[in-house]
Write a protein that binds this ligand. Structure first.
Ligand code: FA5
Length: 337
């Protein structure tokens, strides 16, 4: 047997023996046998190196070292495997007292959404849902926002590359991330006859400049009530009572005349906070054009609608002065709620 064959045989047998060792005692015996320095198989192998010619010796010596290293590395890794504690199942002592586990918490915005559903549910509103990727008809046209309206400007919206959404031939419409939850008003009215009393809570997207009260993704609660004789006085009552229930009796709500294409008359709603006012939503009486677009007769039914910024309510309730805290995922912040 020449030295190449001897090295190969040694390595093969060593690796087999390492794999076959059932415990660390057996593995130690394998180590002594194959890697022991004083006597054993490694010594025999080393003597082969001494027998080759002076020219061959450097090459054969290198081979010897490589084989030795591979065997000892395999042995070390097997040893650390055997040293590991047994699996949790076999070592679990069920009689030991339990260790306290820190429970996770819902995100403050998720908590607010649940609170909103609970409060507004007591006013008789049920929850409806709608897609975050919208077509232009539901985000604009049906809401009385015509083609030339500045709100449709691509710079003020997140339009999507339509090819990515597999738009069918014949459907040339653009798609965008909805800029308001008012889209759900239309989707609900298309499917339902009055009376209607729904809310829809979810994310909306706008390329707004980010600051302490603005984000490019935020949450709104849309509300819609349609039926015979629905009035602006009811709208104001619902919003005032809702805000006071969530924020406390001390909050003052103010209504400012405003304009939305899909309501007439329209108002902006502000809440008192930190000696000033912060806008919390828009609202108004559903525009007759919107009622007609979904096949309702504005002479028979009227309605009110509102869209509230969920972040801003949550900020006031918990005295959070920067909206960006909600999205930073800092557990030190989140764990407080
Ligand atoms: C609207 O989005 C209308 N759809 C509301 C509406 C619904 C009017 C139904 C009439 C009838 P507005 O753009 O004002 O309106 O947004 C409503 C609320 O969302 C704001 O008052 C504010 O509380 C919140 N909001 C708006 N932009 C941001 C933003 N960038 N970051 C955080 N909150 C925002």
């Amino acid at each position: 047997m020449d030295h190449t064959e001897a090295f190969a045989l040694y390595e093969k047998e060593a690796l087999e023996a390492i794999a076959a060792a059932a415990d660390s005692n057996q593995l130690e015996a394998v180590r002594v046998d194959f890697l022991g320095k004083k006597k054993g198989r490694l010594k025999d192998l080393q003597s082969l190196v001494g027998k080759v010619s002076a020219e061959e010796r450097p090459v054969v010596g290198k081979l010897f070292n490589e084989v030795k290293l591979r065997v000892s590395a395999t042995l070390d890794s097997r040893k650390s495997g055997l040293d590991k504690p047994k699996t949790a199942l076999t070592s679990l002592d069920v009689t030991l007292p339990g260790a306290p586990i820190a429970f996770g918490k819902r995100h403050p915005l998720s908590q607010t959404i649940e609170d909103f559903k609970d409060i507004i549910g007591r006013f008789g509103f049920t929850v409806a849902d709608g897609p975050e990727i919208e077509d232009e008809y539901h985000n604009f046209n049906a809401l009385n926002i015509p083609n030339e309206h500045p709100a449709r400007d691509p710079l003020d919206n997140f339009y999507l590359a339509t090819a990515a959404y597999g738009i069918n031939a014949g459907d040339s419409g653009a798609r965008l991330l909805r800029s308001q939850t008012s889209t759900v008003q239309i989707r609900v009215m298309e499917q339902t006859r009055p009376p209607i009393r729904i809310v829809s809570l979810g994310r909306v997207y706008r390329p707004d400049t980010i600051d302490a009260t603005h984000s490019c993704m935020f949450h709104q609660m849309e509300g819609l009530m349609v039926g015979e004789g629905v009035t602006m006085a009811q709208l104001k009552t619902v919003l005032k009572l809702f805000a006071q229930t969530y924020l406390g009796e001390d909050v003052t709500i103010r209504f400012r005349p405003s304009f939305f294409p899909f309501t007439e008359p329209s108002v902006e709603v502000d809440m008192s906070w930190r000696d000033t006012w912060l806008e919390i939503g828009g609202a108004g009486m559903v525009d007759p054009n919107v009622l007609r677009a979904v096949g309702y007769d504005p002479d028979e039914v009227s309605g009110f609608a509102f869209g509230l910024g969920i972040e801003r309510f949550c900020m006031r309730r918990h005295n959070i002065t920067d909206i960006r805290r909600f999205y930073e995922n800092d557990v030190r912040f989140l764990a407080q709620f």
